[in-house]
Design a protein around this ligand. Sequence first.
Ligand SMILES: [Mn+2]
Length: 314
Amino acid sequence: MYDKILKKIHEYDKIVIHRHVQPDLDAYGSQFGLRQLIYDNFEDKTVYVVGDQSVLDFLGDMDAVEDSFYEGALAIVVDVAGKDRVSDARFQLARETMVIDHHKNDTDFADHFFSDSQQIATCQIITDMAMQKNLNVSKEAATFLFSGLVTDSGRFLYPQTSTLTFRAAAFLAEKGADVQWVYKNLYVEDFNFKRLKGYFINSFSTTVHNVAYMKNDRALKEAYDVSTFTVSRGMVNQMSNITGIPIWVNFTEEDDGTILCELRSSHEPIVHIAKKYGGGGHALACGCSVNTWEDTDRILSDLDEIAERIQNNG
Ligand SMILES: [Mn+2]
């Protein structure tokens, strides 16, 4: 796989690297990291990075690229395989497209598809390639790749963290990755965001059988000057990892009055509850939208039944 990736890169003088919309640090890190790795190991190549920006934009700026640059160019798409999720649709103008990804889904567009869902991060795949193929890795490339490795592994916490993850981290540290600089940028938080976290931790309620929940009306996001997404997805896990709380759920009213429901569970699958209310997702992390606060009470009582079963079996 790695030989094929390098051979294809070798064939092109013009390369544009894309990644998914709303970039996380694995998207950014693999995008900037791969570009730097190409510069570290090949001569006479022009490599651009494109896409929308997110709040995690501290690794660098995107390039302004003319449509004409794509003529005869290679487009490499990292950390995403589905066409609709790629930021900047102009990858389709390139002569050839290549995907490097670690998600489980297949691609619906790429001429060359390199995927390994055993790997915890796209940055880990690229680092593994650098290790196996003895590539030159500059301090800059190492810093970019480390930022995606450490975030997609949940700071080396998630179960898919492997010995390869630690070897990749050690390798990047040896190459001079600025670990402290990455952490400094990761852990700095907006003042309102920090206050909102405090509000959540102090305000959530629990059902009879210890399902933790919050009901957030529209006024909340205005009071803290944050988006619905920040309240809904961003705050749900303020109720996680608490002894005796097996399930937690965050209800957030949207501008149009519908209510976003974020459901989480530590062990027991709950996705069938999300599906019952027209949503879906993963077994332990899922969601749905409902129209009334009465609906949220129905969801709570469904979840409470599951929590009661857990209590009786535990
Ligand atoms: Mn990723």
